[in-house]
Design a protein around this ligand. Structure first.
Ligand SMILES: [Zn+2]
Length: 174
């Protein structure tokens, strides 16, 4: 999936307990780790270009960081470390990281940045349907809209209702 959608998925699923916006970062982190250094590398070397790069033009170290950051083992390890360090809410927010791995494993074809979900234990890649396909990308957007709609902040009138009922009870007693 694209990095922006990953950030939104992080917020949609894990951004409502204490850390409201950090899941955006956790959701995008597996892509940011390999691709931000690669962006600077390309800028320094003067070969920056827009669009989908050819696989052969991408340095090996980018794939190494990509495999590390996209392994379900890395994300799960991070979540467990935070959980056992008594950072309960932070570990919940960090679930956006392993979710990124799961989402990428089904939304990338094996040939272009396929996700080695069990790296370094195995190089297995599930041959998913590329997120660039319109049916995948639009389904992604529709699902995100539905989740954000369900999770929308409570309308003000409902938030005030308990307060209103308390006030009414007080008035009856008088
Ligand atoms: Zn990714």
């Amino acid at each position: 999936m694209d990095t922006f959608s990953h950030a939104l998925w992080g917020k949609a699923l894990f951004g409502y307990k204490k850390y409201l916006y950090l899941p955006l970062v956790f959701g995008a982190a597996p892509d940011l780790l390999p691709f931000i250094p690669n962006l600077f590398y390309k800028l320094i070397n003067g070969n920056f270009s827009y669009g989908r790069p050819s696989i052969s033009s991408i340095p090996d170290w980018v794939f190494l960081i990509y495999d590390f950051s996209h392994s379900l083992i890395t994300g799960t390890f991070l979540v467990l470390v935070l959980f056992f360090c008594k950072k309960k809410y932070l570990s919940f927010a960090a679930l956006a990281w392993p979710f990124h791995s799961i989402l990428d494993s089904v939304s990338h074809s094996r040939d272009f940045f396929g996700t080695k979900i069990f790296w370094p234990l195995s190089d297995y890649k599930f041959d998913g349907v590329s997120w660039g396909q319109p049916e995948v990308w639009f389904t992604n957007i529709i699902l995100l809209i539905i989740i954000f709609y369900i999770r929308r902040p409570v309308p003000l009138i409902i938030a005030w209702t308990p307060l209103l009922s308390k006030l009414l009870k007080k008035n009856k007693k008088l």
